[in-house]
Design a protein around this ligand. Structure first.
Ligand code: CA
Ligand code: CA
Ligand code: CA
Length: 319
């Protein structure tokens, strides 16, 4: 509520005394010096009212003035000082201003030492945290600590976390001290996000306090999606084997290269039997009949029926 004071102008030759208990200001001549009516008029015209409190008690103040001469006091004159209630916005105090270093994928509390002050309201109605700077839509602010009286809503498109609900200052501090920041989808890009914290008493948002979130991104490799299962080939010509393929990359808009691998076909290993240890007899005979020499990659080496080369690789046992 504070203490009201009334004081006069600083006129030479006058003295004043204000009595707070009665709210009375007495002005008189100082040191027995003579005074003039005109001097007192000037003094009364400089009367000032002051209340230093940011949360004064509401209600009108009624003042009365009268003057006194050597014979007695004259009639009083009254006036009213009307109080208009002015709200003081809540403020966030003691928020650590040091930047927070965040590697993509990590979760960090961003306001563990946040405290709130409001000189004329005990109940807060909301708060918000807004991301700007290098903010991107894969950034997330999350209420890790919840309370029934406060609802948390984060909009990824704007990067704004809204906390709503009537709750006392301690409850808002309880929730806001466990606000988390992290990124999703592997799409974070390096850069500093500016997180601005504000709180409202329902009438005014106080001035924001900013904390820097310095994000270091890591690369996520491109991903192929929509790859179909095996397809048949009828030998009639080329055809698209991945017409429905979708390529995504969480943090790049261009791709450096792609590779398609088609390993050589390996022939089905032949089962050696007691009567035919290697290739079928007709295959061995065809090979010998062609030029009298064993052929590479598909034939039995002449005179060594246990050594077989297939596609340039030895698959039989050496004797
Ligand atoms: Ca207030
Ligand atoms: Ca990434
Ligand atoms: Ca990438």
């Amino acid at each position: 509520m504070g203490v009201c004071t009334i004081h006069s102008g600083n006129l030479v030759g006058m003295q004043q005394e204000f009595i707070p208990a009665t709210g009375t200001l007495i002005v008189s001549r100082a040191g027995g010096l003579p005074y003039q009516k005109s001097t007192f008029e000037m003094l009364l015209r400089t009367l000032a009212f002051r209340n230093p409190s940011q949360n004064p008690m509401p209600g009108d103040r009624n003042l009365t003035l009268f003057a006194t001469d050597s014979a007695g006091s004259g009639p009083t004159v009254g006036l009213t000082v009307r109080f208009t209630d002015v709200n003081q916005a809540p403020t966030i105090i003691e928020l650590d201003p040091s930047p927070i270093i965040i590697l993509e994928g990590e979760r960090h509390y961003i306001s563990t030492n946040l405290f709130i002050a409001d000189i004329d309201n005990a109940i807060m109605q909301g708060a918000r945290v807004a991301l700007t700077g290098a903010f991107e839509t894969t950034d997330i602010i999350h209420c890790n600590r919840t309370h029934a009286e406060i609802q948390c809503d984060y909009e990824a498109a704007t990067g704004i976390m809204l906390l709503t609900g009537a709750a006392n200052i301690t409850t808002y501090e309880y929730v806001m001290q466990r606000l988390e920041f992290y990124t999703i989808g592997g799409a974070a890009h390096s850069g500093t996000r500016f997180a601005t914290f504000q709180i409202t008493d329902g009438l005014n948002y106080g001035q924001g306090r900013v904390r820097n979130l310095v994000v270091t991104a890591i690369n996520n490799g491109p991903i192929l999606n929509g790859i179909p299962t095996d397809v048949g080939y009828n030998g009639l010509g080329p055809f698209y084997i991945q017409a429905g393929l979708i390529l995504t990359d969480a943090d790049d808009t261009s791709i450096e290269a792609a590779r398609v691998s088609l390993p050589p076909i390996q022939p089905t290993p032949r089962i050696r039997t007691r009567h035919s240890r290697m290739l079928p007899l007709n295959a061995e005979r065809r090979s010998r009949e062609r030029d009298g020499k064993p052929r590479s990659n598909s034939a039995v080496v002449a005179g060594q029926p246990r050594r077989v080369l297939a596609m340039g690789k030895r698959v039989g046992n050496r004797v």
